[in-house]
Design a binder for this molecule. Structure first.
Ligand code: ADP
Ligand code: MG
Length: 136
């Protein structure tokens, strides 16, 4: 496990850019932390690095957004739900790099998946980010 402090928004974008280079199709990145912790900012940094120039927002109401990048990305936000049954999210696991905010709804499902799982956890108040299963 690696723990780092990210002082500001631009450093958070940089961290996302740096991390995404190590990810590929079939990875599931679980991004956990409170509202406002910086989860979407980190993912925005990843998407910019992949050349995505349009907006990147938490897909809180649609549950997920698909970006036609290389690798293709599924960006999910399961804040509103406790269980992913019926959402069809599993259809993307083998074909996309999956970036998931509020991943609790997925926890039962991912135990049965072969996909590589990466955990990124934000500490409540500070800007501390813990990374598991990745090295910087
Ligand atoms: P979340 O997706 O976790 O709810 P956001 O990524 O939307 O959080 O970030 C919430 C706010 O915090 C945004 O205004 C963002 O610019 C800011 N922010 C993100 N990371 C940092 C950081 N490391 N330091 C200071 N502000 C940050
Ligand atoms: Mg968010």
């Amino acid at each position: 496990m690696t723990e780092i402090t990210v002082e500001n928004e631009s450093k958070m974008l940089e961290l996302g850019a740096r991390l995404v280079r190590a990810f590929s199709v079939g990875d599931i990145v679980l991004v956990s932390g409170e509202l406002g912790a910086g989860k979407t900012t980190l993912i925005r940094g990843m998407m910019h690095e992949l050349g995505w120039m349009d907006a990147v927002r938490s897909p809180t109401y649609n549950l997920f957004a698909v970006y036609d990048t290389n690798p293709p990305v599924l960006h999910a936000d399961f804040y509103r739900i406790t269980n992913t049954q019926g959402t069809g999210v599993e259809d993307y696991f083998d074909t996309h790099l999956c970036l998931v905010e509020w991943p609790n709804a997925l926890r039962d499902l991912i135990d049965f998946l072969s996909a590589k799982r990466i955990d990124i956890e934000f500490d409540g108040d500070g800007r501390r980010v813990q990374l598991s299963n990745i090295s910087l």
